[in-house]
Design a protein around this ligand. Structure first.
Ligand code: HSE
Length: 437
């Protein structure tokens, strides 16, 4: 097979960048055999020299702390950005696009915040931004949405799309580990973002669902459209009580659409323990997409880590290589291509309905349950199950309630009243329930 050579410049030689360089240097033969392209890693841009990576043999004279040595090199066809964060990644990407270079990035935060500007710049310059690695690591979910399901109106997306949060919840579920200890373990394993609050407070999940739902619904979704709640307040006790009720707790990204409205939220969610998503453990991610023609589909794989993410980056490099060979600009992705679904309104979570798990810590004395159920009843919230658990501390107990379906507005109003009661010791823990298959 004749080889077609495409030259690559890489910004960032951290966890993901190292994986990309490893694949490009060690699997060149396999990639060429499968695709006919030779991806030549010309230069690596780092913040500070000297840098080397154990076990990777790369000419040190081609590692540079001058970004221009990549951006202004006319022989470099594609720029890979694995720096993360907004700056300098954004400036490098804009400069690369202006120089007519295709860009491959794993940077979900940047695309979620500045996608419109960056995709427009790419289109103006007749090149593309590829971003498969930005959502769900090694799972080709962007490709699935864009190329596998264009015949569908997408109705629902349910995703476990943060490996760190899923790893933490798995440790808490399987071993009763406290949140902080499980987070430290995830950091040691290299799953967490540089700032792990992005993982545990749901920001990383929100960035990813911005990208998936923009592609799915054709509307440029903004971060402020998304209801966001992380997993810090979940305790091993909540996980244990959820299991007693037949549920698992997962950090889910949920995007639902009806004819005119889209609702997007990220929060810990109780899902039936027999559902497929409940059985996605550790750093694994899974995304369920429901389309009106195809029905339910599910995509599963490693959502974080060096080599899974690098695998997606290299797939994008090959897509860009094909564009270079085919020539001609490709329009920006659905959601950012100017043909918006203008009819669609973004709806606030306050309009949603679901079942709720409520854990109260209350004084152990007569009449407490009657007061709480009275307030819930006054707001048309019907109780499905009540469990009173063992003592929490001296003279206080855990009272766990599962409601039938209720309005979010009503439950929030009721909780404000309940948490104001003198016999309620701490703010109630609320977890929304989704009855998914
Ligand atoms: N910190 C992210 C995660 C890495 O845990 O999923 C991939 O985006």
């Amino acid at each position: 097979m004749s080889k077609r050579c495409v030259r690559v410049g890489l910004f960032g030689w951290g966890n993901v960048g190292t994986g990309v360089s490893r694949i490009l240097l060690e699997r060149a033969h396999l990639i060429t055999e499968k695709t006919g392209f030779q991806l030549e890693l010309v230069r690596i841009g780092v913040r500070r020299l000297p840098v080397s990576r154990p076990g990777i043999s790369f000419d040190p004279s081609r590692v540079s702390d001058h970004p221009e040595s990549i951006l202004n090199d006319p022989d470099i066809d594609i720029v890979v950005e694995t720096i993360g964060g907004i700056e300098p990644a954004k400036s490098y990407i804009l400069q690369a696009l202006q120089q007519g270079k295709h860009v491959v990035t794993a940077n979900k935060a940047l695309l979620a915040e500045c996608g419109e500007e960056l995709f427009a710049a790419a289109y103006r310059n007749g090149v593309n931004i590829h971003f498969e690695a930005s959502v769900a690591g090694g799972i080709p979910i962007i490709k699935a949405l864009r190329e596998g399901l264009p015949a569908n109106e997408i109705q629902t997306i349910y995703g476990i799309i943060n490996g760190t949060a899923n790893y933490i919840l798995t440790q808490m579920t399987e071993h009763g580990t406290e949140f902080e200890d499980a987070l430290a373990m995830a950091q040691e394993l290299g799953y967490a973002e540089t700032d792990p609050t992005f993982d545990v407070d749901g920001h990383d999940t929100a960035h990813k669902i911005v990208l998936l739902s923009s592609l799915a619904f054709g509307v440029p979704i903004q971060l402020e459209h998304i209801y966001l709640e992380g997993i810090r307040h979940i305790t091993p006790k909540d996980i244990q009580y959820a299991r007693e009720l037949g549920f698992m707790i997962k950090l889910l990204a949920i995007a639902k659409r009806d004819a005119k409205r889209v609702q997007i939220r990220v929060h810990p969610t109780m899902i039936p323990e027999r559902s497929m998503l409940a059985n996605v453990h550790d750093v694994f991610n899974a995304v369920c997409i429901v389309g009106d023609a195809v029905g339910t589909t599910m995509f599963y794989g490693r959502g974080a880590g060096q080599m899974p993410t690098a695998s997606a980056v290299v797939a994008d490099l090959l897509d860009a290589a094909q564009l270079i060979e085919g020539g001609g600009p490709v329009p920006p992705p659905y959601g950012w291509n100017g043909h918006c679904n203008h009819d669609i309104q973004i709806e606030s979570i306050s309009k949603s309905r679901s079942r709720y798990y409520l854990r109260h810590i209350v004084e152990d004395r007569p009449g407490v349950l009657a007061q709480i159920s009275g307030i819930l009843g006054a707001h048309q919230i019907s109780i499905a199950t009540v469990i009173q658990k063992e003592r929490h501390s001296e003279n206080s107990v855990h009272l766990v309630l599962m409601t039938h379906e209720a309005d979010e507005d009503s439950i929030q109003t009721a909780l404000r009243q309940i948490d104001g009661l003198e016999m309620v010791r701490e703010d109630t823990t609320l977890i929304r329930v989704e009855m998914i298959e």
